[in-house]
Design a protein around this ligand. Structure first.
Ligand code: PXP
Length: 236
């Protein structure tokens, strides 16, 4: 089975924002990632606009004719942007201003009413809704109940390594199996690199890998096309 490698280009914007200039352009990175074999592009428009800007979201929409995913917090402002831009898919993530990066999954159970309302809006707009959740069976069931079409299972704790790695891997497998049984599409993401992604490739329920940092880090040395091609060769 061929899997989707969806490349996150946020960190290209991080470098640009560090200087407040024009370069490097995330839209150029997105083009090169597609040439390198990426099956799609993902960006996270954060409420504080620390990396990706609104114009990036729109520019990338114009050059990605296939799969384009927008990550965002479940807020009315972001829902409005997404409905205007109409990506292929929206991934809802929790957001805290002080965090360095997304630190955990959404609590779908506690926020079920709000998320179900957002799910209805995206259903009408024909945008697939994916929920970024921890590898937790109750969260998978809640994602199904609120009407999501997909889940992205948080692999951050698995990727940290250490003694909990096997346990986290097992939890990811269990969550992926249940999600697939409930006919949710299954993705994984956060902290995945060229080594730790391999065991997940063997999990047949996982259809999508959402990867940013490790690819952009390698691209600094070998170029974006090659960094993406090397990851695509692993993901299959
Ligand atoms: N998936 C989600 C929901 C994320 O928030 C991020 C980070 O923006 C990623 C995947 C990619 O994580 P990484 O940059 O560690 O590969």
């Amino acid at each position: 089975m061929s899997r989707r490698l969806v490349v996150n280009v946020d960190h290209v914007a991080t470098v640009r924002q560090a200087r407040g200039v024009h370069d490097p352009e995330p839209v150029t990175a997105a083009s090169l990632a597609l040439l390198g074999g990426a099956n799609g592009i993902v960006v996270h428009l954060r409420e504080d606009r620390r990396h990706i800007q609104d114009r990036d979201v729109r520019l990338i929409r114009q050059i990605v004719h296939g799969y384009y995913c927008l990550e965002m917090a479940p807020t009315p402002e972001m829902v409005k942007v997404a409905i205007e831009v109409r990506p292929t898919s929206v991934t809802l993530v929790p957001e805290r201003r002080e965090e360095l990066t997304t630190e955990g999954g959404l609590d779908v159970r506690t926020n079920a009413t709000k998320i179900a309302e957002i799910a209805r809006a995206f259903d009408e707009a024909r945008v697939r809704l994916c929920l970024f959740i921890d590898p937790d069976l109750e969260q998978v069931k809640s994602a199904h109940r609120v009407g999501a079409g997909a889940v992205e299972i948080h692999t951050g704790r698995y990727a940290e390594g250490g003694p909990a790695t096997q346990d986290e891997f097992n939890k990811i497998c269990d969550a992926a199996r249940l999600a697939a049984k409930l006919r949710l599409e299954v993705g994984v993401g956060h902290g995945l690199d060229y080594a730790n992604v391999e065991p997940l490739v063997a999990v047949r329920e996982i259809e999508e890998f959402s990867i940013g940092h490790s690819i952009v880090a390698r691209a600094i040395f070998v170029g974006m096309e090659r960094a993406v091609a090397e990851m695509k060769a692993i993901v299959g």
